[in-house]
Design a protein around this ligand. Sequence first.
Ligand code: NAD
Length: 498
Amino acid sequence: MNLRDIAAALNLDAELLQGGTRIVRSPIDGTEIGRLEDDTAETADAKIAAAAEAFKAWRLVPAPRRGELVRLLGEELRAHKEALGSLVTLECGKSIQEGYGEVQEMIDICDFAVGLSRQLYGLTIASERLGHRMSETWHPLGAVGVISAFNFPVAVWSWNFALAIVCGDPVVWKPSEKTPITALACQALFERAVARFGDAPAGLSSVLVGGREIGERLVDDPRIALVSATGSTRMGREVGPRLAQRFARSILELGGNNAMIVTPSADLELAVRAILFAAVGTAGQRCTSLRRLIVHSDVYDTLVPRLRQAYAGIPIGNPLDKSKLVGPLIDRDSFEGMAHALENAAAEGGSVTGGRRVLAEEFPGAFYVEPALVEMPGQTDTVRHETFAPILYILRYNGLDEAIAIQNDVPQGLSSCIFTTDLREAERFLSAGGSDCGIANVNIGPSGAEIGGAFGGEKETGGGRESGSDAWKAYMRRQTATVNYSDALPLAQGIVFG
Ligand code: NAD
């Protein structure tokens, strides 16, 4: 499918993709695929004002009816999975299977949110006072700002959007400036759902096209009650304090530096397959990509050669071709960041295999690389830093305590895993003294989370949670209500007043 066919299939107004000054290029071959108009301060203000206005009406719509709108969005996504998945691949360069997978994730979260729309449970709490009833209720919060990264150009929005809409909150979305076309496509699909729904207020969903300046407007606007921001730790360091300054809520989903511990009892066949998907999938550009492999000395010399062999056969190339597992990096900066990290790792005593640019003649305007394996003498500064590219650092350990200490000794805390068939090792890894990450898996790689669980991480990953479990609570405000149905006025704590 080319962009023209995709845009037609998605009902995307072709006018939106031409005439502006923001040039969008496909990382597949570097060609221009659109010229978009950036939002200005005035248009951004109008969209935020419309969201704040929409909130006044939407918060009063019964939640199961709000869920109906998300159900319709899920239907649109099902019907347009192939076109939207192809657009994801075209705009961000991940393999077509992962492009489809990303849309499936959107469908899954819509299903989850529809069910949630008939729940949103509160509590009743025992009151200490006679003739009193105490309860806790969840109310809609307000307009939500979503800031997203290039590597999951649509799924991250849907994790936030589907929950926010059933929770009664309009959403203003600032997608990555590298992937704004997929965002406009999602908006077009949502508008189809709205047309079928009938009576949704205008301004329930909008997209802000632009760079960080336009994101900053969302962050600083007092009409935005919550900002869910996904991206680098650098971005989170700027956004977090600004939101705190105005006492707004935040969900920060930032960088990761995810590890796998491979123990002597591990099923190595399973481990190699898991390593491959987690380390080279999306060309190492997932927040949950495997970046550190911590291998027990007893299996090191068996596992590492097998891994080298598996790496030698990885099909790299045009991600629209189903036989290719690794597509391009997003841009030149990303390639240069990878080359720089590999130079530093070598200077710190690392032994580097792979990491060279490939297919440069076929795609001079794009950046395809061989995924790199780097055996390191220890956990150096370079290893402790997240480089958003397919580099896997390999470290050796001798005891599980040492392995867990290495795994936790990085500033980030997103995802982690252990490969073991020893129950005691698995349970120690999952215990309070084990992995310090938001996600901890046993015999599964660190990437590829299901939407049913809460997603997010600790430390410099930002501490936010979105998607499943009770992540919805961040999009609502909690109200404690006590009702006195007696004819007396007892005070709490037995206080006598007057
Ligand atoms: P980025 O930080 O460069 O940009 C992310 C988004 O933030 C973009 O929309 C950008 O315009 C916006 N932004 C940047 N500075 C801003 C500011 N000061 N105010 C408001 N908005 C601002 O990240 P990227 O290169 O697009 O994505 C890669 C990074 O994202 C990696 O670090 C990766 O680990 C992280 N990521 C994290 C998760 C997660 O769930 N934890 C998921 C995906 C990606």
